[in-house]
Every structure is written in C-alpha cells, then in structure tokens.
Design a protein around this ligand. Structure first.
Ligand code: 3UK
Length: 512
C-alpha cells in the first residue's frame, strides 16, 4: 500500500472534513437510537465542541482530553472535536470508576474531560483527587447542574472551526491496554498511524463499500471498536450505527433496525448471536469481523451454518492500533488467524529472536506502519525488540504463511514435559453441547509440573456433577491428544473478563 503522508496531517480533517469539502456532506454518517447525522451534521457538532474546548475550556494543541461515554453520537463528535483542535483523545471505558479514571488521568496527564452525564459523578470524584484535571463538561444530561453542561455552550458556538494543522507525527490518541495482567499502559498513536491503519486492513482485507453500514459491540475506548465502528466507515464515506449497550441480543436488534451490513464483535458474542441465525439471514448483514480473542474452528462453523457468512478473523492490539494478521472471507482457513495484512510483516521467533521454521511454535513478531510506543513506561522494551513488536502471543506459521494461534505466551501449559496451549483445550471443550463457555489454566502440580484445569460454564439444562466431568474429559480425549485432557474440572456460573470481554485467566489462578 501507498503509505506516504504529508508533513502536515490531521486525521480528523481526512476522515471528516474531506467528505464535506468534496460535496459528500449530505451523505449519511452516523445513526443511533433517535439520531441520524450526515457528514455535514457531525462536522458541525464537532466544530461547535472544538470551539467550546478552545475558547471556553482553555484547550491548546497537545492537551490530553479524557472522553468517557458509552458508544453514542456525542462521544464520536467529542472525539473529532478534540482531534480537530490538535488535542489528544484519551477515551476511557465507560464502566471505569473514579479510582481507575484517576490512574488514567495521572498516566496520561489529562487536563480536560468531556463525559456522558451518566458518568459525571465518577469523573468529578476523579477530578477531586486529581487537580491536574482543570475543566470538565458533560453531555446528554438533564437535571444535572447546568453550569457544567456542554450543550448550552455548543448552542452559542460557531459550527465553523479551522482544523489545526498538526504534524503527521503529532499524537492524536492515547489507547490504554486492557489490563489482562496489571497496571494499564498508555500507547501513543500519531495522526499518520490512524491514516495508515485505514489504508491497510480495511482496504485490502475488509473491502467494504461506501453504502455499507458498520455496527459493533466494542467500546470506542478500545481501538478495535474505534477503528471498526468509526475510523474505517468514515475513511470510505460509509456510515456507522452506534449502540450504547451492545450485548449479543442488542447487537442482533441493531443489525436489523439499522440495516447494518458489517459487524465487529468478539468470538463469544458470535456464539450467542448464532442462535438468531434465521433472523439474521433476513437482514442486510454481509461481513462479520472477529477480533480480541482467538476464533476457534467450531465458532467459525457455527456462525457459517447459522448465517451463511464466513467470519473474517483478525488479530490486532492496542500497541499496533489495529489488525495486522487477518484474511479475506474467501481465504479463510478454519483454525488460522490469517496472513500478514498488506503493509505489515509477521514472523515466528524463538526466545533469542531468531525466526523459527514453518510448523514450529514460537513468539509472534510483527512490523509495519504502526507499532508500540508506550507513554513513559519502561515496559516498552518488553514489547519492542530490534524493531519488531512482540505481542506476547505464541503462534505457528504454516507453509503458506497462515498464522495459527496457540496461546498467550503466558498461557502455554507444560505438563509432564508436554506443551499444551490452553485455548486448544478450550476449543475441544466448547465443541461439546453442554459447554457454554470455558477457560483452561495450568495448575501447579508436584508430580507433573502443571496439570490442565478447566473452568466450565454449562448451558441451561445440564447437570454439574461427576458424570459430567467424566463425559467432558472423555470428549476432550476423543478429539485432541489424550494428554491434553483436563485432569481437574470446576463448574462455575461465569468467567472473569475485562471490560473488553477478554478472559482474565490470571484471576482463575488466584480466585479472590
Ligand atoms: C489477543 C487475539 C487471537 C492477542 C485488538 C483488534 O484485542 C485487541 O487489542 P488488545 O490490546 O489485545 C491484544 C491481544 O489480544 N487477540 C486479539 N485478537 C486476536 N488472539 N486471535 C485474534 N483474532 O493476545 C493480542 O496480543 O486488547 C484487536 C484490533 C484492535 C485491538 N486493540
């Protein structure tokens, strides 16, 4: 792909202003419950907020602005306002509480905040403890103190704003890692990086059209969600449908109601939505993207049977900004994530960083137009080695350059000298009709080093008893090498997950 960018570049100008300037202002840009905005309308809203930020709230280019809201139109308008004004968007998961917001404010040195009224109390509590946060305004509120409301100021502000001519290498967003292990890290991404991800995976792999309607479940604070639901549709003049709550049920409703054609969500969500296959076949849905966690062959097959659609799997990370290994729907290989996205290079390396032959398990290393830049964090050297990004994933590459996910490097279980990837055992269990969800870990064991332990959530109507344990163990032994079967099985009501839906296996090692 052509990835030359001018010295001066503002990604908000490219993704938003450009369409209005080129006569596409009347095209549909954004839908939500009771809202339909054209590109010109989103631009006017973003411009009003940008004027409020710069003339009333004291924002100058380079300031970091906390954005805290469910996926709704004002969240998107605020994101563009900040970036147009040369600020840095720091989106936070809507479920975070004052203490966690305080950590983000501290790490990102946040000076301003725009939030949904529903989250104002938490943001204010965080502000009380962090005087660095000077100015807070909320939107979508009624019945709250009017002096902090954003809309009355927007009403008086001009709908025109001259987008700040930032440098292509100025930071436009800080993305926080999802914290599957510990203290969150802030990753920096430049205006250029945003345009680079728009030019790679969406153009070469997704291949959507301007009439497509994008929808999805991840929060916009997660770069998977920001890219899939906002940046990628806008890069091609398509539109997005936003859902404030996007569990599998609301997502199916939303696909139907908004005529969505492209959906972004995680494997667990596809498994549940597959039960609505008949209904989904009546909708306009045509492209389905899965990321965030490994998509196993059984979930891929389940979805294909239910809807007739082949899922586009892709691995991305907050550090890399978006997807770097993936496949087109017509090039899917069950069990494989895909090949390096055009623009990126990927290889599997050993502990010394040397590439290993095809068919050998090792660490995934990637390189491309985007990469990891932690803000003030010494853990940078854990992710980047000699110009390659080490994602922390164990992978195998086959002879055709397809990458097959094994586990997070921390989730490789070594039992009696055998290497067992936790997700492989999970996939084997998931293929059983009684299993709704499951998680597998390595339990310390004096004899074997580690043993395979499974936590299983059963589907309604199945009994959590010793017979079921035996049934599941025999089932695993019949589908994968018998030494991988779970010697210990616990039945649980639910599994610990992050706000982005990722399994927190470390919490199963030490139950609270
Ligand atoms: C895991 C996957 C197997 C993998 C993300 C798309 O997930 C995203 O970012 P995070 O920083 O986590 C990154 C880690 O998640 N993972 C993600 N996708 C897959 N594992 N198959 C997959 N398809 O361990 C990776 O290192 O939360 C995903 C786009 C943007 C993102 N930020």
């Amino acid at each position: 792909p052509e990835l030359q960018f001018p010295e001066r570049l503002n990604c908000a100008a490219e993704l938003l202003d450009r369409h209005v300037a080129k006569g596409r202002g009347e095209r549909l840009c954004l839908q939500a419950q009771g809202v339909r905005w054209t590109y010109a309308e989103l631009q006017a809203q973003a411009n009003r907020i940008a004027n409020v930020l710069t003339t009333q709230m004291g924002l100058v280019p380079g300031n970091r602005v906390l954005l805290c809201a469910p996926n709704n139109p004002m969240m998107v308008a605020s994101w563009f306002a900040v970036v147009k004004a040369g600020g840095i968007a720091v989106a936070a998961m809507p479920l975070l509480r004052a203490k966690e917001l305080g950590t983000i404010i501290e790490i990102a040195q946040v000076s301003h905040a725009l939030c949904d009224a529903a989250l104002l109390a938490e943001v204010q509590a965080a502000q009380a403890a962090n005087p660095r946060l000077q100015a807070v305004r909320y939107f979508n509120g009624s019945g709250l103190p009017a002096e902090q409301a954003l809309e009355p100021l927007m009403a008086q502000a001009s709908p025109h704003f001259d987008t700040v001519q930032t440098a292509a290498t100025d930071t436009c967003l800080l993305g926080f890692t999802s914290g599957t292990t510990g203290v969150p890290k802030a990753t920096m991404h430049f205006h250029r990086d945003v345009m680079a991800v728009c030019a790679c995976w969406p153009r070469h792999v997704l291949r959507a059209e301007p009439d497509d309607v994008f929808i999805g479940s991840p929060p916009l604070a997660f770069t998977f969600g920001l890219g899939g639901q906002v940046l990628f549709p806008m890069a091609i003049g398509a539109s997005m449908a936003l859902l404030e709550k996007a569990g599998p049920v609301q997502l199916v409703d939303g696909i139907e109601q908004f005529g969505a054609t492209v959906v972004f969500t995680a494997p667990t969500s596809y498994r549940v939505m597959a039960q609505q296959g008949e209904r989904l076949r009546q909708t306009r849905l045509r492209k389905c993207v899965s990321a965030g966690e490994a998509l196993n062959a059984s979930t891929r097959a389940l979805w294909k049977d239910a809807t007739g659609i082949e899922i586009i799997d892709g691995i991305g990370s907050t550090e890399m900004l978006h997807i770097f290994i993936s496949h087109r729907e017509d090039e899917a290989r069950p069990g494989a994530t895909g090949r390096a996205v055009p623009g990126y290079r990927a290889k599997v390396v050993d502990a010394q960083g040397q590439e290993v032959p095809a068919g050998t398990v090792g660490k995934l290393a990637v390189q491309g137009p985007t990469g990891c830049r932690y803000l003030n964090d010494s853990r940078q050297t854990q992710y980047v080695h000699a110009g390659w990004n080490l994602t922390g994933d164990a992978y195998v590459m086959d002879a055709d350059g397809y990458f097959i996910y094994q586990a997070r490097t921390d989730d490789m279980i070594i039992s009696s000298g055998y290497n067992i990837a936790a997700p492989e055992v999970e996939d084997a269990l998931l293929a059983h009709a009684a299993v709704a969800e499951c998680a597998v870990i390595g339990l310390p064991d004096s004899e074997r080093g580690q043993i395979v332990k499974a936590f299983v959530v059963l589907r309604p109507g199945f009994a959590a008893d010793a017979d079921m344990v035996k049934t599941l163990q025999d089932f695993v032994k019949s589908t994968v090498a018998p030494y991988k079967y779970p010697r210990a099985v616990d039945f649980v009501g639910q599994l610990p997950r992050t706000a982005t839906g990722k399994l927190q296996r470390f919490r199963l090692h030490s139950p609270a």
